[in-house]
Design a protein around this ligand. Structure first.
Ligand code: PXG
Length: 454
């Protein structure tokens, strides 16, 4: 490939000589060379070749308040000067982590007033697994160890995170899942609903939870973990019947419910949390990403008061990270939440931009390649199919990857999960920018169709 900017080649050489990138085919990336992103502002990225790209994925689902907010840089710099690091082990604390805990308690669902901080969402879920087992042990039920999760859920990439996740291609590498984690089917009607109506399929998928609890024996089950809407799995919005039925099942059996809010949290659905959107009552919520708008790594686990009351009786919880509640990350998260509140960013998503995006995206349903458009808040998915009526795919053609490449080449980041195109733009996207996103998406669908027909 020829480059306008000679530095692009130099950076790509550094990449191939020294860098191992996450979730990548190392050899292929070496040959092709990565796209080098140099700067960003608002909802736009620029690469080293000078191309301006509309970031339809908010980085990796995280840049909620958009790129280039000086206030976050200021908060980090001030905190670095004041207290760049201190740990929270050995009965110490610092102001930013305490103020952030309170700020999260203020926006979290009622009765969730404590936070355990981590460096990432994966660490949040590792923490969850250990805390759930510790909780039941304190209650004198140490056998309640098993965690039920879902096929094609995503819960991170550490050993526990990847085990909790239901991605078979991750399980294949490294002998996962670890013992004590089992998976039930996902509520993905478009791909797996067959001849059932979405409503009937939603009930069927929810009932799998009850069947699994009964099969394992409730005395052996510690928790059920789920994303309110599966993100990395392909923006899978469950049928309307799903969560109400799950709630009934959770009310019936004495197990904990963990909402993985790493993607849905901090405004993505037009509410603070996906749990608010669906009226769920989690015992724990995993958070990360939007917590700091991705400006600095931070994750955590928000814990319900009744669970904390039990943990308070259990002595030491032998778990924590060097960077748990890092003061600089905490200061950035606090400033991020302040901006979200003061600028009423989530309110604007709820009232204006989410309805507008959902309406504009659904206009793509008339495209010959599009089998379904779905979404909630500022999350969207476009299913690419050969036959709209039967939902049959273009098997083996890599349609999603073709479309994704056209998007890159035409100044739009839209991800492909198989043949599902997904978007999750920054929460500050404007209506005009949504128009641009949808126009570019349509153009790329046209280009993809022309390849398939050609
Ligand atoms: N839970 C959920 C729901 C996530 O989406 C994690 C946990 C793990 O967070 P960390 O901070 O450890 O990455 C995530 C992360 C993708 C993709 O391909 C999604 C994530 C991470 C990497 C890739 O969409 N989500």
């Amino acid at each position: 490939m020829t480059h306008k900017n000679p530095q692009t080649r130099e950076w790509q050489t550094l990449s191939s000589d020294h860098h191992l990138a996450p979730f990548s085919d190392f050899k292929q990336l070496k040959e092709k060379g990565p796209r080098i992103i140099t700067h960003a502002k608002g909802v736009y990225l620029w690469d080293s070749e000078g191309n301006q790209i509309l970031d339809g994925m908010a980085g990796l689902w995280c840049v909620a308040i958009g790129y280039g907010r000086d206030e976050l840089a200021e908060a980090a710099s001030q905190q670095m000067r004041e207290l760049p690091y201190y740990n929270l082990f050995f009965q110490t604390a610092h102001p930013p982590v305490l103020e952030l805990s309170k700020a999260i308690a203020d926006i979290a669902p009622e009765g969730m007033n404590h936070v355990f901080f981590t460096g990432s969402g994966s660490e949040g879920n590792d923490t969850m697994l250990r805390m759930v087992r510790h909780y039941w042990a304190i209650k004198g039920q140490p056998n309640k160890k098993t965690i039920i999760s879902r096929v094609n859920g995503y819960h991170g990439s550490t050993v526990a995170g990847a085990s909790l996740g239901g991605m078979t291609y991750m399980h294949e590498q490294g002998d996962l899942p670890i013992p004590g984690i089992v998976h039930i089917p996902q509520p993905y009607w478009f791909a797996e609903g067959g001849d059932m109506t979405p409503e009937a399929f939603g009930i069927w998928a929810a009932n799998q939870l009850e069947e699994k609890i009964l099969e394992l024996g409730v005395d052996n089950v510690g928790a059920f973990i789920a994303e309110p809407i599966q993100g990395a799995g392909g923006v899978i919005v469950p049928p309307d019947s799903y969560w109400p039925r799950i709630k009934e099942i959770l009310a019936k059996y004495d197990i904990l419910f963990v909402a993985d809010e790493v993607i849905c949290g901090f405004g993505r659905t037009g509410e603070w949390f996906g749990s608010d959107f669906y009226g769920l009552k989690p015992d724990m919520m995993t958070i990360a990403k939007g917590l700091t708008s991705g400006y600095i790594p931070m994750g955590g686990l928000v814990v319900r008061d009744e669970v904390v009351a039990v943990l308070n009786e259990g002595g030491d919880f032998n778990h924590g990270f060097t960077y748990s509640g890092h003061p600089v990350a905490a200061a950035v998260a606090l400033e991020n939440i302040r901006i979200m509140r003061e600028e009423k960013i989530i309110q604007r998503v709820h009232e204006k931009t989410a309805p507008y995006l959902q309406k504009r995206l659904r206009e793509l349903s008339d495209h010959p390649l599009v089998g379904e458009v779905r979404g909630v808040g500022l999350l969207g998915a476009i299913e690419l199919v050969k036959d709209k009526a039967t939902r049959a795919r273009y098997e083996g053609r890599g349609v999603g990857m073709i479309c994704r490449q056209f998007c890159f080449d035409n100044g739009l980041i839209m991800r492909a999960v198989g043949d599902t195109m997904i978007i999750a733009p920054p929460l500050v996207i404007s209506e005009a920018e949504i128009d641009e996103l949808v126009a570019k998406a349509r153009k790329c669908l046209d280009l993809t169709l022309s390849v398939l027909e050609g």
